[in-house]
Design a protein around this ligand. Structure first.
Ligand code: ADP
Length: 330
């Protein structure tokens, strides 16, 4: 039986952070032998916010693929490629734009939210409004049936489903599947300030942070604001450090909760324990990363091979899509 196809991507906007790892990448790794997987460095998506300063795009692309491999993605099993290497993504984006109402894009919650959060950038652009449409094109181009992402991406998958339905209706063929979202156990990881961890918010712990950096950031994490003295009873449900214990220290999380609620451990000590768990979690990833960093050619070959494999699938589907829209050979 043929394997189902899944697609997912990440923007090369800087070193990967733990939210990317736990929300998405960890799931990609688990799914890669069950599905036909396409994992894409979405550099055009990065340009929607970084258009004024694209200097680091190539460097970030290398670093991101290194992070993916260091975490356990297998380039034999998965197709790993760069969006801008497969031009059909742009062609399908254009074709879908013909019938996508502006109002669908304007009401996507991440659109207004990002405009609000990234006030220092001019994002009143055509490209930024079209971000979810480009993402829909990425997914639909491979007729992917599922998309493993963090919870923040659900509205984008929802609009992709709407666009698939509209295409199928207009051109009278159930051509595109309506893709499902696949969430990991960790749906949204908070940053050290308690908001969603995001490269855009400067509240991240990176996969490549060194132990001292990790310790420093864990010390800054928001804890229960109602706790003044270290033997006051704490409320773990409002504490970011506790959320991290749940993710990275699952064996001890129950006892951490107990001693916190009884005021038997201070936040400083609790964070020290957490920092050491994180440091040992990240150590093997860091070591693999160091080895890969010396292999730029190897990364280049992976991306070239991935682009070839993705292009073959894209070309085949694009020919059918053109035909359905009467754009094929005369
Ligand atoms: P960032 O916000 O750091 O720029 P991206 O928008 O490039 O990250 O997201 C890449 C992937 O990582 C998406 O699947 C997204 O849902 C996931 N992701 C990002 N941040 C988090 C988070 N804090 N918790 C869970 N998943 C996340």
């Amino acid at each position: 039986m043929e394997k189902k196809t899944i697609f997912s991507g990440m923007r090369p906007t800087g070193r990967l952070q733990l939210g990317n790892l736990l929300g998405a990448l960890d799931n990609w790794i688990k799914l890669q032998d069950k599905y036909r997987c396409l994992f894409c460095v979405v550099d055009w998506h990065a340009l929607t916010t970084a258009y004024e300063d694209p200097a680091l795009l190539k460097e970030n692309t290398y670093e991101m693929v290194i992070d993916w491999l260091a975490a356990g993605l297998d380039p034999e099993e998965s197709i790993i490629f760069r969006q801008s290497d497969v031009k059909e993504h742009a062609e399908l984006h254009l074709l879908l734009s013909m019938f996508t109402p502006l109002s669908w894009l304007e009401r996507v919650p991440t659109y207004k939210d990002q405009l609000q959060q990234l006030k220092d950038k001019n994002l009143s652009t055509y490209g930024f409004l079209g971000y979810p449409l480009l993402m829909a094109a990425d997914i639909l181009l491979y007729r992917a049936e599922a998309v493993p992402v963090g919870e923040d991406q659900i509205p984008h998958i929802e609009i992709t489903r709407e666009i698939a339905r509209r295409f199928n209706h207009l051109y009278q063929k159930p051509y595109f599947p309506e893709p499902e979202t696949i969430l990991n156990k960790v749906k949204v990881l908070p940053g050290i300030d308690g908001r969603k961890m995001s490269k855009s918010y400067g509240n991240t712990i990176s996969m490549s942070d060194r132990p001292d950096e990790v310790r420093k950031k864990v010390r800054q994490m928001i804890t229960d604001p109602g706790r003044v003295r270290k033997n006051d009873p704490g409320n773990p449900s409002v504490c970011t450090a506790f959320t991290f214990h749940g993710v990275f220290n699952a064996e001890e999380v129950a006892s951490v909760e107990q001693v916190c609620r009884r005021g038997e451990i201070g936040c400083v000590e609790c964070k020290k324990q957490l920092a050491e768990r994180l440091v040992s979690y990240l150590e093997p990833i860091y070591e693999r990363r160091q080895a890969l960093q010396k292999e730029k050619n190897y990364i280049r070959e992976i991306l070239a091979d991935g682009a070839k494999r993705a292009s073959a699938l894209a070309a085949e589907n694009m020919a059918e899509i053109r035909e359905l829209m009467n754009l094929g050979q005369l």
